[in-house]
Design a protein around this ligand. Structure first.
Ligand SMILES: [Zn+2]
Length: 138
């Protein structure tokens, strides 16, 4: 992939086509004042089509949010025009304040200042359960 437009930054690659914008919003990338590029429907050897996000700064991105939206995506850390680190994101074991528990009797429905915590209980089927009431997420 062509990364020559980035000297120090992050490239999120192999995003499932169509999820680029969702990730852009979820990671709040529009709040950055550096260059961010979203490439949609790029041709890929591994996948038919993919989205790519290029961030022109070495920021800390929330890998739990990214992994929850698209565990198949990969992150490339670019330093001095070269890929310094590359890894597969994967499903996060725990997600905090990304989704809300739908159980009206759950303690998080009553105590609004509690964190919404979901734990991965079935990796194969991507099932998360509320830490408090164990209701699975829809
Ligand atoms: Zn709950």
């Amino acid at each position: 992939m062509n990364i020559d437009s980035i000297k120090d930054g992050i490239v999120i690659d192999h995003i499932q086509a169509g999820k680029g914008m969702e990730i852009y919003d979820a990671l709040k990338l529009k709040e950055l004042d550096c260059q961010v590029a979203i490439i949609t429907n790029a041709k890929s050897q591994k996948m038919e089509r993919k989205d790519i996000i290029k961030i022109d700064r070495a920021i800390n991105i929330d890998l739990d949010i990214l992994g929850f939206i698209d565990p198949e995506s990969t992150v490339n850390i670019v330093k001095e025009n070269e890929i310094n680190q590359k890894f597969h994101v994967g499903l996060p074991k725990k997600i905090v304040n990304i989704v809300e528990c739908q159980n009206p009797r759950c303690i998080t429905s009553i105590e609004k200042d509690l964190d919404q915590v979901f734990c991965l209980t079935d990796e194969e089927n991507k099932i998360y359960r509320c830490k408090y009431c164990e209701m699975s997420m829809k």
